[in-house]
Design a protein around this ligand. Structure first.
Ligand code: NAD
Length: 461
């Protein structure tokens, strides 16, 4: 898309937004319902595109990209009328007689930029937020998962007028063009590195942004645990989508008292999850492209492999891999892994682990496995991260009544459920005063001296 085409698109969306049609809650509900039907009617094509792009199996594709999205949509749909109501507050005495309230109003044109790891769901979920709040939307899916990008473009562009919702395909150059235009809100999901570029460009126009970013999510395992449950939850959270999940546990920090039995159990259960795994395993996603395969290939050599480590470049397949003694100064421990490689480290003193974490960038999620309530609270209260999950991993994302988002280097802002509606809404304060009473004492020349004013003000505040 050229700059000129983008300018024309933006003009059309601006004009449509200014008709106020999107502010009508019934219109928004109608759109959400239409999106719901489109997704339901195209489940098979969505699953196929995800398989073609990532070799994503149907169970993981359906549960994470379709079911998750439509559950969020249904929840928003059910509550939208309630959320959209004006929120009255008690009018301040100075403004009496009168009424005061605030209302959620759409920003205008929202730009939603998506990543490749959940290329369908992570465009759709923010779109539900943008639409529920009454915005127009431009969607820019990841060019890396090209089949899904093409499908999203077909489904949206053939079902909605471009002045309302439009998918624009392309790479970084298209995103650059879009974020340098006069839009009203940017919702970005992707890497911390590109997030910085987006924020810099947005700052030029003072555009509000949500940044859903990545980073390393530590997973700490105390000695008081249910070993089998802990291991299963970790392995599932890590190897779902072949570790290409922003909230996947990135590395383990295991209490050294349970070191041997923990590692043994990891190996045993991993074998049960993926017996004799090859690239043909239908439950296991592949690496998205050669660039990421080569990046992960390098990481495989940055520690001692104790399980897995098989790779097949032709099929972009890397088997689930466990690594001990990772090189603390290499990418395996300094960068987000974002692949099926799980380094394991050990600790003796939880306080030291917490201190170390405080010196690192704040993670998107922090995982802690323990039966010890005091330690659970210690982790929740003394560390900082987008979210914390105790005795679970990617389970943290299931409850859409909770906000989802990072903090510091892992992101800015949040969404899901009501939080999506809030994110895409500006809260506008409205005060309606009556003409019937006017406090003349407020006007110059002021007849009250400062001492009197302070006395009167006490009455009002
Ligand atoms: P990415 O940052 O490379 O790309 C994301 C989007 O930005 C794509 O649409 C891409 O076209 C665009 N882009 C890339 N370079 C750009 C540039 N220079 N200027 C403007 N736009 C540019 O991210 P990715 O590789 O697609 O996704 C992986 C990352 O996303 C991981 O770090 C992961 O943790 C993170 N992620 C975060 C969440 C979350 O919800 N917090 C979810 C999924 C993925």
């Amino acid at each position: 898309m050229t700059k000129n085409e983008i300018d024309i698109l933006l003009e059309k969306q601006r004009k449509f937004f200014n008709t106020n049609k999107t502010k009508d809650v019934s219109f928004r509900l109608e759109t959400l319902n239409k999106l719901y039907q489109i997704i339901l009617n195209n489940e098979d094509s969505i699953i196929k595109a995800l398989y073609d792009d990532l070799h994503k199996g149907d169970t993981e594709a359906y549960s994470s990209e379709i079911l998750f999205s439509i559950n969020d949509l249904k929840y928003i749909f059910k509550n939208l009328k309630k959320w959209s109501k004006k929120q009255k507050i008690f009018t301040h005495l100075i403004n009496q007689p009168g009424t005061s309230y605030y209302q959620n109003e759409p920003f205008g044109i929202s730009l939603i930029i998506g990543p490749w790891n959940y290329p369908f769901g992570l465009i759709m979920s923010p779109l539900f937020g943008a639409i529920s709040a009454g915005n127009c939307a431009i969607l820019k899916p990841s060019e890396i998962t090209e089949n899904t990008s093409k499908l999203i473009a077909e489904l949206i562009n053939s079902n909605f007028p471009e002045e309302y919702i439009r998918v624009v395909e392309g790479g970084a150059e298209v995103t650059q063009l879009l974020i340098n235009e006069k839009i009203d809100y940017v919702f970005f999901t992707g890497s911390t590195q590109v997030g910085k570029i987006i924020m810099k460009s947005a700052a030029e126009h003072l555009l509000p942004v949500t940044l859903e970013l990545g980073g390393k999510n530590p997973c700490i395992i105390d000695k008081e645990i249910d070993l089998d449950v802990t291991v299963n939850r970790i392995l599932w959270g890590k190897f779902f989508n072949a570790g290409q999940t922003c909230i996947a546990p990135d590395y383990l920090i295991v209490h050294s008292e349970i070191k041997d039995k923990f590692i043994e159990k990891l190996k045993q259960n991993l074998d049960k999850f993926y017996p004799n795994i090859t690239h043909e395993n239908k439950d296991f996603t592949h690496i998205v492209n050669t660039r990421n395969f080569e990046r992960l290939e390098k990481i495989l050599s940055q520690g001692e492999i104790i399980f897995g480590g098989e790779k097949d470049k032709e099929h972009l397949f890397i088997s689930p891999t466990l690594i001990v003694n990772p090189d603390m100064n290499s990418e395996i421990m300094t960068d987000e892994i974002f692949g099926p490689i799980l380094p394991i480290t050990f600790y003796d003193d939880l306080n030291k682990v917490i201190t170390d974490l405080k010196n690192k960038p704040k993670p998107l999620t922090l995982y802690f496995f323990s039966n010890d309530k005091r330690n659970q609270d210690k982790i929740a209260n003394e560390t900082s991260s987008g979210s914390v999950c105790i005795n679970g991993t990617i389970h943290v994302i299931f409850d859409n009544k909770l906000p989802f988002g990072g903090v510091g280097m892992s992101g800015l802002g949040n969404y899901h459920g009501k939080w999506s509606f809030e994110t895409f809404s500006h809260k506008k304060a409205i005060v309606k005063k009556s003409f019937s009473f006017d406090m003349k004492q407020m006007y110059p020349p002021y007849k009250v001296n400062l001492a009197m004013l302070k006395k009167i003000i006490k009455w009002f505040y």
